[in-house]
Design a protein around this ligand. Structure first.
Ligand code: ATP
Ligand code: MG
Length: 326
């Protein structure tokens, strides 16, 4: 039985650009699919097709058991969408925006008011609730847009980069809201460029690039595909990078990658702790001073890198290793 979100062979072109180039998706009811991909991968296009905002050139899509192309209006009644481009009315206050959504969904005035109040609290907007949205900061607008998508809890939700532009505290809170939503049975498709977010929230991950799904699986499955352990070394001085590279080339099992600015070298290995001890001994024998060394499993970042050949725009550890050289 197809899942709550199902798509087969979705193609959408804009002139020469194949924004979607044969995308298949199947999201079981009550689960979260993380659609992960770099800028321009086709994430928003996929969301727009699945939420009836855009007609694909070909392919089929079924959401909440309803054919998206044949019955778009019915689909719209069964889904919630929070977009990359916020659908907030600038001239209404935060509270009025939320109440209006409730009324659009035929809630009573009283229920709409109560729900708006809850959501304003939940998204740290209570203090700004009675100001017009045009006075809101970017992060506040984004939160209001997300709150608007949650006024009614539809069986299927789409969130396009829900946490982009949120500070860490608001991101954390949104993650909690999302987890509650899913625990209550909602099926969610969320797009993100943050690997950590997909890792944290998604049951399954689809990596897309250039309109094609290039990998899918759980976070662990994707990590396992990228290979096993690595040794990571941070040398004390830039001048020591070359000598460390020589040691790692001998003891490692593949190419040594170097992030020169952070003086970090990484190489795939097998042999675990025993090998690590050997690396330490050899570095010491060559007079290389190390600031940090460790054995680590691949992160989703490594997965992304090995799949797409480029790093994601991530900021999980506060630093990116864009300078990676083979
Ligand atoms: N309305 C449009 N007209 C022309 N080209 C478009 C249109 N919408 C999307 N595209 C192109 O389709 C491709 C996929 O765009 P899309 O917005 O789906 O990417 P995305 O994965 O959401 O990227 P981002 O991470 O930047 O939001 C891009 O090359 C984009 O320029
Ligand atoms: Mg997008």
């Amino acid at each position: 039985m197809p899942g709550a979100i199902y798509a087969e062979g979705l193609v959408k072109t804009f002139g020469d650009v194949r924004a979607l180039d044969g995308v298949d998706l199947d999201v079981p009811e009550g689960t979260v699919l993380g659609l992960l991909g770099p800028n321009g991968a086709g994430k928003t296009t996929a969301v727009r097709v699945l939420t009836t905002l855009l007609r694909p050139d070909s392919g089929t899509a079924v959401v909440a058991g309803i054919d998206v192309l044949k019955h778009p209006n019915e689909v719209r009644r069964s889904i919630g969408l929070s977009g990359q481009f916020a659908a907030v009315d600038e001239y209404l206050t935060g509270r009025e925006n939320l109440q209006m959504v409730g009324q659009l969904y035929q809630m009573s005035g009283r229920d709409a008011k109560a729900r708006a109040g809850q959501l304003l609290e939940r998204f740290n907007l209570a203090d700004a609730a009675d100001r017009t949205a045009k006075t809101y900061s970017g992060g506040m607008r984004r939160r209001l847009d997300l709150a608007a998508a949650l006024v009614v809890s539809p069986p299927v939700m789409f969130m396009d980069e829900p946490t982009t532009g949120l500070d860490p505290r608001n991101r954390q809170q949104l993650w909690e809201v999302i987890q509650e939503l899913v625990a209550s049975g909602t099926t969610l498709l969320l797009t993100t460029q943050y690997l950590e977010e997909a890792d944290h929230l998604a049951d399954d991950i689809c990596v897309i690039d250039h309109g094609k799904v290039i990998a899918r699986g759980t976070s662990d499955q994707l990590k396992a595909r990228t290979g096993g352990e690595r040794v990571e070394v941070v040398v004390h001085r830039r001048e020591e990078i070359e000598r460390a590279r020589e040691v790692l080339t001998v003891l490692g099992e593949g190419e040594v990658s170097v992030a020169a600015h952070s003086r970090k070298l990484t190489v795939p290995v097998s042999g675990g702790a025993k090998l690590l001890a050997e690396v330490i001994r050899d570095l010491d024998a060559r007079g290389v001073e190390i600031d940090d060394i460790g054995l680590r499993r691949p992160t989703l970042d490594d997965v992304f890198m090995s799949l797409t050949g480029h790093a994601a725009e991530l900021e999980t550890n506060g630093e990116t290793d864009k300078e990676t050289v083979a």
